[in-house]
Structure formats: structure tokens, C-alpha cells
Design a binder for this molecule. Structure first.
Ligand code: SF4
Length: 234
């Protein structure tokens, strides 16, 4: 197990493979050193459903920023029960949050792009670094059509000295995702029924119109090129 020349060659061929092919390769290559990173949006629950059919012991983690919506906690519960898994929670460092709120107030992330990124670092990036500490790979639900910043993602991305990133559903459309959820009766985040195509911290996400970009509701007060929190920066 682990990354070898053969597994890298296999990964290249997966660009034309199905999501199931990608998961099978990931479990064969990384064993228990690969986990699904889930924010419990529509794509993520699809990933969990596909993965659990192949490997019922699949491991899932989430970054509980402390600013998630009740609907997100509800779907985590539903997914845990349906698939008999225990989603692992990674939370921000309490002391660091206290310090930031003392110094800058509770809503400092609205004040500038830099301060918003500071909040994402505290609430997401630092917990993510702990979640990834012993991993060789992580699995995400990124799709190419979600935004211009995701148009060139590959199904398997290798990085020097960092865990590989696996994106099994890069080519799926939004329709594909919802067809899968309905056909397979997958629990999903009820925020989607309220106009939220993209799930994140509730204070930084708002509903969008059908004609808007799916990530238009994230950090809506910022320009489009700023709209990543750092989790998926290369
Ligand atoms: Fe903070 Fe908003 Fe980023 Fe959540 S999305 S970590 S509340 S800035």
C-alpha cells in the first residue's frame, strides 16, 4: 500500500473512470490512511453513499467551525445513523478563537478579505491540518462546473510532502448529484431545499437564485476571485 509508480500510473487512467473506480483505487492504495472530508453538502453525502457500498468502514471527518447551521448537524446525524459511521469532528482552537473575538469582535470576518481569511484559517485551516496529520490522502466532492476556480481539477492530485487529494466526481453535473441522491434515498442537507446550493458557515452563506453561480452565496460580499476558503487551494 502507498503511492508507487504503478499506483500513479493507475491514477492517471482514472480520469476516464467512474467514481466507484476512484474509490476502489483509493482504498487499495491508501488503506485506512484515506478519509472523506465532508462539509455535508449534496456532493459529500453522495461520496459517503458510494464509499460505504465499497467499504463500510470508510472514515469521514468534518470541520465543525462552530458557525454551521442546525440543518448541517441534522444531516450529520442522519448520515451517521444510516451508514453506521461516526463522523470525526475537528473544531477550532478555543483559546485562539477567544483571542480573535476579544480583539476584533464576533463578526470580524465581514470587515475585509484578509480578516475573512484569518477567520477561515482559525476555524477551518488549523483544524484541517490536525485532521490531515496522519493521512496519506483525503477525498473531496469537488466538481469542475462548481466554479472557475475548480475547472481544471483532476480526479487524483499528488503534492510533494502532502496528502494526495482525490476528487471522484469531478465530471458530475449538479443534476447527476441530485439524481443520485433521489434514486438512492441519500440523506441530504435541508438547506438545499431553502436555496443554498453550497454549504458552509451559515453567517457566510446565503441562498442564491437559480440563475446565479452555485457558489455565489458564499462570501457574497467579496469579488468572485476571492471565493475559496483555502481548503482547496493548490
Ligand atoms: Fe469564518 Fe465565514 Fe470562513 Fe466560516 S466561512 S470560517 S465564519 S470566515
Amino acid at each position: 500500500m502507498g503511492v508507487t509508480k504503478e499506483s500513479v500510473a493507475e491514477a492517471k487512467k482514472l480520469e476516464n473512470g467512474s467514481a466507484e473506480d476512484v474509490f476502489k483505487w483509493a482504498f487499495k492504495t491508501f488503506g485506512d490512511k484515506v478519509k472523506i472530508a465532508s462539509s455535508f453538502g449534496a456532493e459529500d453525502v453522495v461520496l459517503i453513499d458510494i464509499a460505504a457500498r465499497i467499504n463500510p468502514k470508510v472514515k469521514v471527518f468534518t470541520l465543525d467551525t462552530g458557525r454551521l447551521a442546525q440543518e448541517t448537524y441534522d444531516v450529520i446525524d442522519a448520515v451517521n445513523k444510516k451508514y453506521k459511521i461516526k463522523t470525526e469532528f475537528y473544531c477550532p482552537d478555543g483559546k485562539a478563537l477567544e483571542k480573535a473575538s476579544d480583539e476584533l469582535g464576533p463578526n470580524f470576518f465581514y470587515d475585509s478579505v484578509d480578516l475573512r481569511k484569518k477567520c477561515c484559517n482559525l476555524r477551518k485551516m488549523e483544524p484541517l491540518s490536525r485532521a490531515m496529520a496522519n493521512l496519506d490522502a483525503w477525498i473531496c466532492g469537488l466538481r469542475k462546473e462548481q466554479s472557475v476556480t475548480r475547472a481544471d481539477i483532476a480526479k487524483v492530485e499528488f503534492f510533494d510532502g502532502k496528502p494526495a487529494k482525490i476528487n471522484p466526481i469531478t465530471e458530475w453535473t449538479e443534476q447527476d448529484v441530485w439524481d443520485y441522491i433521489r434514486v438512492n434515498d441519500v440523506p441530504y442537507n435541508k438547506l438545499h431545499d431553502k436555496g443554498f446550493p453550497s454549504i458552509g458557515c451559515i453567517c457566510c452563506t446565503r441562498p442564491v437564485k437559480r440563475t446565479e453561480d452555485v457558489r455565489a452565496g458564499r462570501w457574497w460580499w467579496e469579488s468572485p476571485e476571492s471565493k475559496e476558503c483555502g481548503l482547496h487551494k493548490k
